[in-house]
Ligand binder design. Structure first.
Ligand code: C2E
Ligand code: SIN
Ligand code: SIN
Ligand code: FE
Ligand code: FE
Length: 373
């Protein structure tokens, strides 16, 4: 027998969850070559949506860039509720039930599935799906050997999300402490995060964004205005139009935001956190304009990082449709017309289209997150 070699050694070094999953997948394939797919979908409890997060597969992925409602699948709902994994060794049992999700899975020839709910204490995070093109793939022996590896992936996912949660909570706390009366409500942040995800999914193929990147754009969106911590109340909460000087100061919320987030990342020793480049670009560049007339750097068109272009559209749309100390809320029709007017010149046209195409989803998001005052 060859000497033992730890093929998972790299797993704690890898930055991206996608790469951690790849290592586990290779390890599983070595023993059980008939396992063809592992994928992880995250649950957004407030929207009841399940969104693909990461996956590994040997034959193309049926469910990347995919979103569904948990309430659309009784069986998945049951797994989420009980916390018990489900093994299906002959997926033809689903033949009678018409489901988009299972249909897409079946087209790829998967015959067995193992569905594992990810829990952190009482909180349900999402599912890990493992599939095989063979019937009866998940025997007791297979389960016994792969289950610890699945727990490992679940644990890494939970760690990653606890870190981001801590970061977001820190920033929200700082905003509340610095501005007793925060003009940008929690609901603004909730809505614009969902608009950002919607836009990111819409432009994903064009701009080569994978599911992991989309999820991080969504998670980081609420942090875009962290720099407003540094803006005095008399400017931030001013009921009327800002003077030239006041707006010049207001504009520094982008670069000050970057300083603040760098300090936080440094203090919490999160410098190695995944996707900090996305986070930094969102904070620094969300007020750049396509024509180069934005701030702080006057970047032009695709010099502006795609994550910042996505956030800009989501932010402007929600600013228009919300009440601000300096303006009333606009109707969706008025906001749509304004977005079309500044599309291309100021905002990325693909991102504007991706949002405006989805009026139904926008309205659903608006109905789920209503300003509380
Ligand atoms: P905010 O209120 O979150 O607005 C974000 C962005 O939405 C604005 O970035 C702007 O691009 C867009 N926006 C808001 N209202 C309108 C509008 O009526 N028409 C168009 N086309 N776009 C609009 P901007 O201009 O860089 O401002 C950044 C931040 O500065 C704003 O964030 C707000 O906090 C503050 N601010 C801007 N103008 C005023 C103002 O006249 N009075 C006060 N008190 N604050 C202002
Ligand atoms: C379901 O929607 O319950 C079946 C699909 C799957 O197990 O992946
Ligand atoms: C999203 O949050 O990405 C969309 C929400 C929905 O499907 O209603
Ligand atoms: Fe801003
Ligand atoms: Fe904002």
């Amino acid at each position: 027998m060859p000497p033992y070699e730890d093929k998972l050694k790299q797993i704690t070094r890898e930055e991206l969850i996608t790469n951690k999953l790849k290592l586990v997948y290779q390890e599983i394939k070595l023993k059980f070559n008939f396992i063809d797919r592992i994928s992880l979908a995250l649950y957004d409890a407030e929207c009841d949506t399940l969104t693909t997060y990461i996956h590994c597969t040997s034959n193309g992925d049926p469910l990347s860039l995919y979103q569904s409602r948990l309430s659309d699948s009784k069986s998945l709902q049951e797994i989420a509720k009980t916390g018990d994994p489900r093994i299906v060794n002959d997926m033809s049992v689903f033949d009678s039930v018409k489901k988009r999700h299972s249909d897409r899975i079946k087209k790829y020839g998967f015959k067995s599935s193992y569905t594992y709910p990810i829990y952190n204490k009482n909180q349900f995070y999402g599912f890990i799906f493992i599939n095989s093109t063979q019937l009866n793939a998940f025997t007791d022996d297979v389960l016994e050997q792969i289950t610890p590896l699945i727990h490992l992936i679940a644990a890494f996912t939970v760690i990653e999300f606890s870190i981001i949660n801590t970061l977001t909570s820190t920033v929200k706390t700082a905003l509340v402490m610095s501005h007793h009366r925060d003009p940008e409500t929690g609901e603004h942040l909730d809505r614009m995060a969902r608009y950002s995800r919607l836009i990111a999914m819409g432009v994903a193929r064009q701009y080569n964004l994978n599911d992991e990147t989309i999820e991080h754009i969504y998670l980081f969106a609420p942090l875009h205005d962290v720099g407003k911590i540094a803006i005095p109340d008399k400017i931030l909460l001013k009921p009327g139009k800002l003077t030239f000087e006041e707006f010049e100061l207001m504009k520094t919320h982008t670069s000050k935001g970057l300083e603040i987030i760098n300090t936080i990342l440094d203090n919490y020793q999160l410098d190695g956190m995944q996707h900090t480049a996305i986070l930094r670009s969102i904070i620094l560049s969300h007020h750049e304009k396509m024509n180069g007339k934005g701030y702080p750097d006057g970047l032009v068109a695709n010099e502006i990082p795609i994550a910042a272009r996505i956030i800009a559209v989501a932010d402007v749309f929600d600013a228009l449709t919300s009440k601000r100390p300096y303006k009333e809320a606009w109707s969706n029709d008025e906001a749509f017309a304004e977005l079309k007017r500044i599309s291309n010149d100021e905002l990325d046209a693909d991102c504007v289209d991706a949002l405006l195409k989805n009026r139904k989803v926008i309205e659903r998001i608006q109905s789920l997150f209503v300003d509380s005052e």
